[in-house]
Design a protein around this ligand. Structure first.
Ligand code: GUN
Ligand code: ZN
Length: 446
């Protein structure tokens, strides 16, 4: 249950361009999405009450003057980020290393600071503000090994009434001593956090073994037991991101058939399992992911920044693997899902593939909601869904303004937005009908 203090009470209406998705978009058939060049979005008690063209509303007696009117802006559902690390906000743009050295040199030292609850609360606040400034209303979040850092994240998300999934990182080897837990403390902490947060307001829990190199087989096996005992929680981890990491897996788990098999042997696969990256997978692994409905979080800016490799999206989709999109801050270089989609486009271009803007924006909204099994609550403007959305300006800069003037179709407008857009395009962000970010109000902070 969502408590009413997080829900905007009463009703209001915004008039703008409106885009949302009703299924996988088909650009040729023009299906799977609704676009209103002049639309009205009505919100009542934090939920979507109506989405229609202004003309339709006016014809039925709706008084358009009661709307706040943004003729040049676009309203879209809030963006969803399926893989992000909240302690890594200030690890972003750390120079020169690939995954394993980057973890040791920059990331683990940054995560050590989260043993301090006050520090963790301040970091959670900064992180959530950054997401909201980027139009992101829901994310699947790694915290740190410290249970109090997970509390800090959930407390902050709850304060804003956000729909969030998060979990305490589990690591019992191959990390600095100060960041290690044990099989038993990991079990206790995870179960306590599930009992405390899972299903509380709009929050859900994800079991979070960081990745196989930092957990013993015993710890992974314990996570499998918790997953079975708590069937409505999620599981998140990393998979086949980097070739050095994969060599380490062969040394640490010589009996495993492949990387995915390490997780499979411990009963960690399934439709609630989100594997970050999955760049270097064998055909067997791809089949196994598809068969178990396990999914991959595609993290384009991170994969480019850490030199990890190019995700073959067409291959995964052809095999029937669900793929969501994610920033992977701080391996990733931007909180913006728009920027993330632009990098995804380039990664696919390098492989002779493409990414249509309708598909890209579908992935960042309804597609990610479906992947995270939240599409009965968020992801589009179906009547009755939670009113999480963002108000986007199409022309925050000279180049976007002049490029948008050339755009003659919706597709062109959206493509320019996705290729050139970032946090400067986000004017406002709403959660359950509450305005949780307003660029104008923050203008002096820039
Ligand atoms: N693999 C294990 N931990 C991490 C992490 O924090 N970031 C990324 N990108 N990959 C990882
Ligand atoms: Zn990650």
């Amino acid at each position: 249950m969502t408590s009413s203090k997080y829900v905007h009470q009463g009703s209001f209406a915004l008039r703008a361009k409106i885009l949302h998705f009703t299924g996988q978009p088909d650009p040729l058939k023009k299906s799977g999405y609704q676009y209103f060049a002049d639309g009205v979005l009505v919100v009542e008690n934090g939920l979507i009450k109506q989405v229609q063209s202004s003309e339709y509303m006016a014809e039925r007696g709706f008084d358009l003057t009661q709307c706040e009117h943004f003729p040049e802006h676009l309203i879209m559902p809030g963006f969803i980020d399926s893989h992000i690390h909240y302690p890594q906000t200030n690890v972003i743009a750390s120079y020169g290393e690939q995954l394993m050295d980057w973890l040791n040199q920059y990331t683990f030292p940054a995560e050590l600071k989260f043993s301090d609850k006050t520090f963790a609360l301040e970091a959670a606040e900064q992180f959530i503000q950054l997401m909201l400034e980027n139009g992101t209303t829901t994310a699947m979040v790694y915290t740190t090994v410290f249970a109090q850092s997970t509390d800090a994240f959930f407390e902050t998300a709850e304060k804003y009434g956000l729909r969030m999934i998060a979990g305490k990182v589990l690591m019992d080897r191959n990390a600095p001593a100060g960041l290690l837990d044990t099989v038993e403390s990991a079990r206790q902490d995870s179960q306590n956090l599930i009992d405390k947060w899972h299903g509380q307001d709009r929050l859900s829990y994800a079991l979070t073994p960081r990745f196989a190199p930092t957990s013993t087989a015993e710890q992974l096996s314990m996570v499998g037991e918790l997953y079975k005992a708590n069937p409505s929680v999620y599981m998140q981890t990393h998979l086949s991101e980097n070739t050095q990491e994969m060599e380490l897996i062969k040394q640490l788990f010589p009996q495993a058939k492949d990387y995915l098999d390490v997780y499979d042997q411990n009963n960690l696969l399934g439709e609630r399992s989100v594997f970050g990256h999955g760049i270097h997978l064998s055909d067997d692994e791809v089949q196994r992911l598809a068969h178990t409905k396990s999914q991959i979080a595609f993290c384009p800016t991170s994969n480019m920044f850490l030199g990890s490799g190019l995700l073959d999206l067409a291959r995964l989709e052809k095999a029937g693997v669900t793929v969501s999109v994610a920033t992977d801050i701080g391996g990733g270089t931007s909180f913006s899902l728009l920027k993330t989609l632009a990098e995804a486009y380039k990664i696919l271009q390098l492989q002779g593939q493409s990414l249509h803007p309708l598909k890209a924006l579908y992935m960042a909204t309804l597609g990610n909601a479906k992947a995270l099994l939240l599409d009965d609550k968020i992801g589009n403007f179906e009547i009755g869904k939670e009113a999480d959305f963002t108000l986007i300006t199409l022309s925050p800069s000279k180049i976007q303004k002049s490029r948008q003037l050339q755009a003659s179709t919706l597709e062109e407008t959206l493509f320019a937005l996705m290729m050139l857009g970032d946090e400067h395009n986000i004017e406002r962000t709403y959660s359950m009908g509450n305005m949780v970010y307003n660029r104008l109000a923050c203008a002096s902070d820039d």
